[in-house]
Ligand binder design. Structure first.
Ligand code: FMN
Ligand code: FE2
Ligand code: FE2
Length: 413
């Protein structure tokens, strides 16, 4: 871990974490960076922290040493977001010094007590409030509730135009601390972080897409020159690029996404699987890309990424004990809870004697208010007949056309 200079008076302290499931459940095979920032005026503030500072004296203090900052100079601790990936270092920090003042939002106060038993030296701020660090450096606070918890706020350095939005504009992916800025990375490396951002967004943020859209509008109203998030790289050269990415992803949650179709399928004895190639071929014959995941093999973290980006979804699964194939039901419910709304969809599947998958599907879609627009399903007894396969192809084409009409019309608009 090494401190890097973002711009005059602003430094990034970061730790890469790997070999974990993020939030205890999301795979991060490429790791994830946790970023904290030091802002220097006459006084010095630290914005957010890094949970991976398990040994604060060894890691944080050595980085401060590199910057020639004494821990006693850290007058202010700014907490944008109380999730322990950013606040978890507070306990250890208090062992080093205990007389700092916390600047945070009103809704963070009970969380500070609940998580860390901190009740004193807290200055509550709201949108429009500022903190003058001296030397012309004034920090302005902007509440961005629910991106990602209710208490979340962003901090804006008015001197340099640097925005510290914590989880917003973040991504998965470990960051090379020798080149943590968009202006120090090759184009393909930036694209790697954009892909990591898509999975991060779909796993962590997408339920809060309406709040994210509001937050993005607030950010657009600020004279932002640099975006320095709590995860991922710092956007110093082209902050508009990450604003555009977040605008796009936040829009995908209500649809349309890309002119693509995610095919989710599960099968016990290969009967439903017989429908798979025909439907994929039919979709691709319309030049619509497919993203295919088998359940339960594919992790929900990847499925959410695909479904969020796709305007259409095929759900292919058999009936199981008068209901949907259970892993598909669980995944559809999770997609609904993440509020991925308004998809064009098609259900296919085999059954033995009674069927029953449809009723459960309807319940899940209704319960989560998903507003998915389903074509007439294609269900077949046991092995699909030639007529079934012909119908499956026809529905695949219909779905692909519906997806193209929706996604491309929105592109033009
Ligand atoms: C454990 C189990 C439970 C099933 N429950 C039902 C059911 O409630 N109703 C029904 O019509 N078929 C039921 N079936 C039959 C399957 O839906 C049928 O075998 C179908 O062809 C399986 O498709 P697959 O090979 O794609 O898994 C069940 C099969 C199994 C193995
Ligand atoms: Fe968070
Ligand atoms: Fe976070």
């Amino acid at each position: 871990m090494k401190a890097t200079r973002v711009t005059e008076g602003i430094y990034r302290l970061s730790a890469n974490v790997s070999n974990i499931l993020f939030e205890g459940m999301w795979p991060v095979p490429n790791g994830v960076a946790m970023n904290s920032y030091i802002v220097k005026g006459d006084k010095c503030a630290i914005i957010d922290g890094v949970c991976a500072w398990d040994g604060v004296p060894e890691t944080l203090l050595s980085q401060l040493d590199e910057l020639d900052i004494d821990v006693k100079d850290l007058d202010y601790v700014i907490i944008n977001h109380m999730e322990p990936d950013h606040s978890g270092w507070l306990d250890a920090f208090r062992n080093v010094r205990d007389d700092f003042t916390i600047y945070t939002s009103e809704r963070a106060k009970p969380l500070l007590d609940a998580f860390y038993r901190i009740t004193d030296n807290i200055k509550l701020v709201k949108s429009g409030d500022t903190l003058d660090l001296g030397d012309g450096r004034i920090l302005a606070f902007e509440e961005i509730p629910n991106v990602h918890w209710p208490e979340t706020m962003a901090t804006f350095d008015t001197k340099s135009g640097t925005l510290f939005p914590c989880d917003a504009f973040g991504s998965f992916g470990a960051v090379d601390n020798d080149a943590p800025y968009d202006d120090t990375l090759q184009e393909e490396q930036i694209e790697f972080f954009e892909r990591e951002m898509e999975r991060y967004y779909s796993n962590i943020v997408t339920s809060f897409s309406a709040a994210t859209r509001k937050a993005v509008e607030k950010v657009k109203a600020l004279p932002v020159k640099i975006i320095a998030p709590g995860h991922g790289i710092v956007w110093r050269h082209d902050p508009d690029r990450v604003i555009r990415s977040y605008t796009r992803l936040a829009g995908y949650s209500k649809g349309p996404g890309r002119a693509e179709i995610t095919v989710l399928w599960g099968s016990m004895y290969g009967m439903t699987e017989l429908a798979l190639q025909p439907v994929i071929e039919a979709i691709e014959s319309q030049r619509v890309k497919t993203r295919v995941h088998r359940v339960p093999e594919s992790h929900i973290g990847y499925i959410l990424d695909s479904v969020l980006q796709s305007s259409g979804v095929v759900l292919a699964m058999p009936t199981y004990e008068y209901k949907m194939f259970p892993p598909m039901a669980a995944i559809l419910d999770e997609i609904g809870k993440k509020k991925i709304l308004n998809r064009k969809a098609l259900r296919l599947g085999s059954f033995g004697w009674s069927g029953g998958a449809q009723q459960e599907l309807d319940e899940i879609v209704e319960r989560n208010k998903m507003k998915w627009d389903f074509l007439e399903p294609v269900e077949f007894k046991g092995r699909p007949t030639e007529q079934d396969i012909a119908l499956i192809r026809q529905r695949g084409i219909e779905l692909a056309r519906a997806v193209k009409a929706w996604a491309l019309a929105d592109d033009v608009a």
